[in-house]
Design a protein. Structure first.
Length: 34
């Protein structure tokens, strides 16, 4: 879990908070439609 959190932090820094938020919203929509 810690490792995943570390990778996630790097991803947020790399891509920017807004992009991550958009990705999370998209994942929410996809998962809801399954």
């Amino acid at each position: 879990m810690e490792f995943a959190r570390y990778i996630w932090t790097l991803y947020v820094i790399d891509c920017g908070t807004f992009h991550v938020m958009m990705l999370l919203c998209w994942c929410d929509i996809v998962c809801s439609n399954k």
